[in-house]
Write a protein that binds this ligand. Structure first.
Ligand code: 5GP
Length: 322
């Protein structure tokens, strides 16, 4: 038709089911969606109900979804209700979650020849994100590289400055962290460790794929228009598969040393709980999820996703696309 279509696309940061929504004007007119779905917003005339279509179902009809303003009000309302009854909701971590997760405007980010977005592997400790990173680098060390971390601990015999670590004074690293020069950092046995934004950028500028596997809290610092990270959640499979694959891997020595040690049942259960926590806090930020059951399969998925990154336009925050 002659009407101009809206170009607005958003990624939903929550699940929505009109059948369970007592306030929707007409349930049949509602559009159900899941967190992570990309929605094409075709009408924003009403303050409370937008008209939208699922991006991956182009032929399907448009339906009603809560507007950003309505969803924000609902989240704030739910939160104040919960705070009265459930002290757990005040757990520290909850404040890590993006304040009010509703919709994020997205646009297609086209690959640029020779300029690769950093690949960031996030996952609960023990699930295997570090191993996947090492395998990617081992497969093609000219192409995939990890930055050399900084540390304030003293150099050990056999180590070479700039090879294992870049060794710096505590005062210098404290100041640089304060100045926002690190994309992630942590403390271990009284010493600081971290990855600088500059070292990520220099790998990108050299035309390589920068691969890092930081603590999940680094997502907040990393997710910028400047770095444009491709975020992967490396998840554990169900408990029985998790146990079976690790036990088998240990027998066949397919996992590397760190993952070849035996885990207790409690540690396996912690991995799953911790993965659920990461999903709750940051699930809406991941570009892909890889379930790390059989390592051969998950590594193959990782390789395929890196290829997509090189060849396909992918949805990213519209602020990153200029
Ligand atoms: P080591 O001092 O034995 O070389 O390393 C001890 C620990 O430092 C590692 O197990 C790891 O937890 C941590 N570490 C090493 N590199 C980094 C890094 O780049 N960032 C963070 N946050 N921790 C690191």
């Amino acid at each position: 038709g002659a009407q101009r279509e809206s170009k607005v696309r958003v990624r939903a940061h929550f699940d929505y089911n009109p059948d369970e929504d007592p306030y929707i004007p007409c349930k049949e007119a509602g559009l159900a969606f899941q967190r992570g779905d990309v929605l094409h917003i075709v009408g924003q005339d009403d303050a409370y109900w937008w008209q939208a279509r699922k991006e991956h179902e182009r032929s399907a009809r448009a339906g009603l979804i809560p507007s950003r303003a309505l969803q924000e009000r609902r989240i704030l309302h739910d939160r104040s209700q919960r705070e009265g009854t459930d002290l757990d909701s005040k757990q520290n971590d909850d404040f890590d979650r993006e304040q009010i997760a509703t919709y994020e405007e997205v646009a297609k980010l086209y690959p640029r020849p020779g300029v690769f977005r950093p690949v960031v592997l996030i996952g609960a400790p023990g699930v295997g994100r570090n191993e996947l990173r090492r395998r990617l680098i081992a497969r093609d060390p000219e192409k995939f590289r990890s930055p050399v971390p900084y540390t304030t601990r003293p150099m050990r015999t056999g180590e070479v400055a700039g090879r294992e670590y870049i060794f710096v004074a505590r005062e210098k690293m404290d100041a640089d962290i304060e100045a926002g020069k690190f994309v992630e950092h942590g403390e271990y046995k009284g010493h600081l460790y971290g990855t600088s934004a500059e070292s990520v950028k220099s790998i990108v500028n050299a035309g390589c794929v920068c691969v890092i596997s930081p603590h999940y809290q680094a997502i907040k610092t990393l997710r910028t228009a400047q770095l444009k990270p491709f975020l992967i959640h490396v998840k554990p499979p169900e408990l029985d598969v998790l146990k079976a694959t690790r036990t088998e891997a240990r027998a066949k020595s397919t996992f590397d040393e760190a993952n070849a040690r035996s885990f207790t049942d409690e540690e396996f259960e912690d991995m799953i709980k911790s993965a659920e926590r990461i999903d709750f806090l940051y699930g809406h930020f991941f570009d892909v999820e890889i379930v790390n059951g059989e390592l051969v399969n998950s590594f193959e998925q990782l390789v395929q996703n890196v290829q997509r990154l090189e060849n396909e336009p992918l949805w990213a925050p519209s602020m990153w696309v200029q």
